[in-house]
Design a protein around this ligand. Sequence first.
Ligand SMILES: [Mn+2]
Length: 427
Amino acid sequence: MEVKKNQIDDFNRDLITNHQMEFEFLSSKLNSRGVDVESIIRDMEELQIAIPSWALGAGGTRFGRFAQGGTPGNLQEKIKDVGLIHHLTHSAGKISLHIPWDIPENPTEIVALAKENALEFDAMNSNTFQDQEGQKLSYKLGSLSHVNSNVRQQAIDHNKKVIDYGCELGSKSLTVWLADGSNHPGQSNFRRALNNTFKSLESIYNHMPEDWSLYIEYKPFEPYFYSTVIPDWGTSFHLASSLGERAFTLVDLGHHLPNTNIEQIVSTLISAGKLGGFHFNDSKFADDDLTVGSIKPYQLFLIFNEIVQGMNDNVGGNPPIAYMIDASHNIKDPIVDLIQSLDSIGLSYIKSRIIDSKSLNDAQLKEDTVLASEIINDAFQTDVRSILREYRRRHGAPLDAVRFFEKNELRSQLIDERGRNNLTTGL
Ligand SMILES: [Mn+2]
């Protein structure tokens, strides 16, 4: 399926007058306050969010899965879907593959297709949280932390293989989400499990080429409910610091207990130069994988504030952060949902950029709590949607990507091409 330039031009024609009015009004207001709107629009080009290959199909819950028609049946179609999302937003220029769900059988062809769709390969994701068909040893009681060295070696070899696949695609990083944990007190020796994990990660780390990075994700519970081997950022940070300078912590928004101050974690990690990756999603209760910014947009804005300020000073020498949407949708059209997530990310980023950071700093130093909170609130309450639209317009994208997708019945076209009942690999 191809979206033509004239389709986008026709769509934008109806919205352009209103848009221009709104954008000019907001720009002049912000410019008069010393905000350089043009530089924000320019910098948005750098804010490319990776789409994971498992997010294009219908997600399920442990109770089942409801079919979505026209979802991708292979890696090629997944790349085309991400290409479409990028074409409609100019914000999703990266794809993140999961092995073994998306093994690139013909890397040369896959690299060419990604290039055709203006996509780069972001972090590779390994999987030792499931047993695969024909797998010799089971991960039921752990993988990198397992008490049996043969199981650990199998998990290490899998991660090395994922790095090798990534090298063929031009990826530069590996994300390890370790599901290992225990369900019963006494089942696992915490110190042994952590030590085994470190040794396993060390072996994986040493397999990475010089220009690769390792991202270590953490999660407090699920799939195990008594303990997790890497439950929090402190454990991830400890492992990353012990491994070396190319190992980093990865923050996934959904991997925190309720009410955790995630923006403070982000701030601490950037100060230490150890924030490698960031996974976006939203949640009400646990790791719900809901649309980014749909439940807690204020939190997302505060996180971006820390990222923008932290990366500006960057005293800790933090490398550029690898962003990815890590969500799974079982009700909405996955493409529409990803576009809505990208909208939320873009808006939060813009709002964090219009914070009057100099006045905020002055207020903090003058101990003026009220003024400091007013400055933060003023940025959050500003409707910055016209800046996001202007960014999209300048890159030949529709002013409203969700409406464009629906108005042009793009899902129906995908169903015509791929069928109504095809299966997408993934969760
Ligand atoms: Mn994640």
